[in-house]
Write a protein that binds this ligand. Structure first.
Ligand code: ATP
Ligand code: TPS
Ligand code: MG
Length: 319
């Protein structure tokens, strides 16, 4: 099978909402009047972002999910995406599963594949996503104020826990591993929550590199500091605690693990009921995990308010 047959068979579907989709030199998009385009791009590289043994359907899902997560962080509604793909060769069962996983999530969010690029090379997947948001209403990293609450969606640390289990640095009971693995391989982008938070949250970011690092982007952009509860938002890893894993490794997963694709956002205390309502509307758990301070820096405390001495980093491709 050649390049163009591959595209036609696995990636070309009739455009439904875009004026022009796959098959011409450009795609055409038509954002509604009064809306701004929100654009984000994320690449997944074999061995760096995913294990070579991953189910290709889950990989198709994740490649789009990490991009939709950036739209969610801005409060944008997904419209369309492009897919740049380097493949070592034509593996039809792989392409069938990859495109099935990809389109299942795309259809869930009404987000169309409108174009891309396909080349031979080491397996590499790069998606650019386009969304729309009412002009001036995008959630930004720069809007947090002293006194705001810090919230997080879902739970943190599960993906890193699974990665460590894959690496063999820790072992988990089969049921805990299965749950954590799903969170690593098929994250749920918080798209509905992001849109429900427009006009309520003062700042937002999605957690890809780890809570401490990504909250750090809000603190730097907003020129504020924060106090954070170390243990407020654990999920599967709470179950891991009961299998004898130490506090230090669990906090490392939750606070600096990365690959969470949850939203961390700030909102004034007066908006607490509105934030909880946004969580209910989007059937997404939201948890208060700290507060924004005027004093610069991040202070991490335990449930009793005592400072946590452990230091937390964040994911960086070059450090
Ligand atoms: N090569 C590049 N050229 C121009 N801008 C870039 C480049 N790489 C990253 N950026 C921009 O730098 C900023 C931070 O990029 P980053 O990829 O860390 O985004 P993120 O949302 O924090 O994380 P993630 O990659 O997990 O989505 C974004 O505004 C991004 O568009
Ligand atoms: C095989 C394998 N090794 C490591 C990780 C963890 N990981 C890779 S990139 C990244 C941050 C987000 O990436 P980016 O900043 O490029 O968007 C994280 C947490 C993984 N998922 N699979
Ligand atoms: Mg992001």
């Amino acid at each position: 099978m050649g390049e163009f047959d591959l595209i036609t068979r696995y990636f070309q579907r009739p455009a439904k909402r875009s004026p022009l989709g796959v098959g011409d030199d450009c795609a055409l998009l038509a954002p509604a009047p009064g809306m701004q385009l929100a654009v984000s791009c994320d690449m997944l590289v074999e061995g760096r972002h995913f294990l070579s043994t991953v189910d290709p359907a889950r990989l198709g899902h994740k490649a789009l999910a990490v991009n939709l997560s950036d739209l969610a962080a801005c409060g944008a509604k997904p419209l369309a995406f492009t897919l740049a793909l380097a493949l070592p060769g034509v593996d039809e069962p792989w392409l069938e599963a990859f495109s099935r996983g990809l389109f299942a999530l795309a259809d869930e969010h009404g987000c169309e594949l409108v174009g891309g690029d396909t080349t031979r090379g080491p397996l590499n997947i790069c998606i650019t996503v386009f969304g729309e948001v009412p002009a001036g209403a995008a959630l930004l990293r720069s809007g947090a104020h002293a006194g705001d609450d810090i919230w997080v969606s879902g739970t943190l640390g599960d993906a890193r826990l699974a990665l460590e289990a894959f690496r063999g640095t820790l072992s988990l009971p089969a049921d805990v591993f299965a749950q954590a693995r799903m969170r690593m391989e098929q994250p749920t982008p918080r798209v509905a929550l992001g849109q429900a938070l427009r006009g309520k949250a003062s700042a937002a970011v999605d957690v890809s590199d780890g809570l401490v690092g990504d909250l750090g982007h809000i603190l730097a952009s907003s020129k504020v500091g924060a106090t954070l509860d170390a243990d407020a938002a654990t999920g599967v890893i709470a179950a891991a605690a009961s299998c004898g894993l130490g506090t230090e490794i669990l906090r490392t997963c939750a606070l600096s693990g990365g690959d969470d694709y949850e939203l961390v956002f700030t909102a004034p205390p007066a908006a607490r009921a509105a934030v909880e309502q946004a969580g209910r509307e989007s059937t997404t758990r939201v948890t208060r995990i700290g507060r924004i301070d005027a004093e610069a820096g991040l202070r991490i405390v335990d449930a009793g308010g005592a400072p946590v001495a452990q230091r937390f980093g964040s994911f960086d491709h070059f450090v």
